[in-house]
Design a protein around this ligand. Structure first.
Ligand code: FES
Length: 374
């Protein structure tokens, strides 16, 4: 099983690279201020004054629907910009504990000087999303990562673009859509969006305005609770110009992505499907009666009876606080060493019996007894 090594972002500045001299000075200052990094001292003066950390200040917080908040975030000088479709990790402290989640900027691709627009929908069991919808206010400072992810527009413009999104999956495809429109793309764009009801279409007014201002844009919005034909079918791509040569981008719940993949294959579309899920969807449900073994977290001396869930969930239930972010296998922040035992990747179903290997705790569940260095 191969594991991608977590990337350590290199540090940049709004005024250009700090260069070797600045890095040397920074290292000396950090050593002098040991045991805490220099940013721990600077944040006492101003949390937006940072040497290394990338943070952002919420400059605007709007509530376009009852379940969503749209945040405009001004990042610190380390921000390097984002490609349309990428995600960032946002960290907030809730009840004294720092939590990190992935969100995709909805604004068009920007460089280092751009703000970041995040639209966040409160999930019923989403601690961070519910917190942000209820409490995020202008002036709040959040932690950020550099943008990452390979769900992006291709280097060369597609001959025809089809964007399909469900619920909060709208944000990365909206970023792509806005990027194409902003640079005057003249090919046909079809935007198919699914929301539960009309009142839950977070970008309704802007989508309508863009569609009416650009004759090459065909907007198709479906309401899955209100419309009889609300869920995706092949008919929703009827009359899409040049569909067999189109680049199709889909982001949303697993059921939508599976349905689009099936139709994409059936229509014989020549370009590979571009897709990104935003929820963790296990390949198979685990029968709790068939689960056995014990989970050992050897560094902390903690043990728990395996309940079949991903190791991250079980570690937290056991009172541990391992680092985590997206909780769906994207960001690698939950990576830890498996000392021994067999684990199953809940996304692919693959099992892995290798010892002393790094695994992502959020997408691996124990199969029998497992020892994690945590
Ligand atoms: S929390 Fe992001 S990969 Fe596990």
């Amino acid at each position: 099983m191969s594991i991608r090594t977590p990337q350590t972002p290199s540090r940049g500045t709004a005024a250009g690279s700090p260069g070797r001299w600045n890095r040397l000075v920074g290292s000396i200052v950090e050593a002098a201020l040991s045991p805490h990094p220099v940013d721990r001292y600077l944040e006492l003066l101003d949390p937006m004054l940072t040497w290394r950390d990338l943070r952002g200040e919420i400059v605007r917080a709007e509530q376009p629907t009852p379940r969503t908040v749209r945040l405009t975030i001004g990042p610190t000088r380390q921000w390097r910009g984002h490609r349309a479709g990428q995600f960032v990790q946002l960290s907030v402290v809730i009840d004294g504990v720092r939590h990190t989640r992935c969100f995709s900027p909805a604004n068009a691709a920007t460089g280092p000087d751009g703000d970041i627009e995040l639209t966040i929908t409160a999930n019923d069991d989403g601690l961070v999303s519910k917190h942000l919808v209820a409490h995020a206010r202008p002036g709040d400072v959040v932690g950020l990562s550099q943008a990452d992810g390979d769900f992006v527009l291709p280097e060369t413009d597609p001959t025809s673009a089809v964007f399909i999104s469900g619920g909060s999956g709208v944000t990365p495809v909206l970023s792509m859509f806005r990027t194409l429109v902003a640079r005057g793309y003249a090919g046909p764009i079809t935007f198919v969006h699914y929301a539960r009801t009309a009142s839950e279409v977070a970008y309704r007014d802007e989508l309508l305005a863009l569609a009416s201002a650009h004759p090459n844009v065909d907007l198709r919005v479906h309401h899955t609770r209100d419309d009889r034909d609300g869920h995706f079918t092949a008919a929703h791509l009827d009359d899409v110009p040049g569909v067999v040569d189109a680049d199709v981008f889909v982001c949303g719940p697993r059921a939508l992505m599976d349905a689009v993949a099936e139709v994409h294959g059936a229509l014989g579309i020549s370009q590979p499907l571009h897709s990104e899920a935003f929820t963790l969807t296990p390949t198979t449900a685990v029968d709790p009666d068939s689960v056995e073994g014990e989970l050992t977290f050897s560094r902390s001396g903690t043990t728990a009876t395996n309940d079949g869930r991903p190791i991250l969930d079980q570690a937290e239930a056991a009172g541990l606080t391992p680092e985590s972010g997206c909780r769906m296998g994207i960001c690698f922040s939950c990576t830890a060493v498996k000392k021994s035992g067999c684990t199953r990747n809940v996304l692919t179903g693959e099992t892995d019996t290798e010892s002393d290997t790094q695994i992502q705790l959020c997408i691996n569940a124990p199969v029998g007894s497992v020892d994690i260095e945590l």
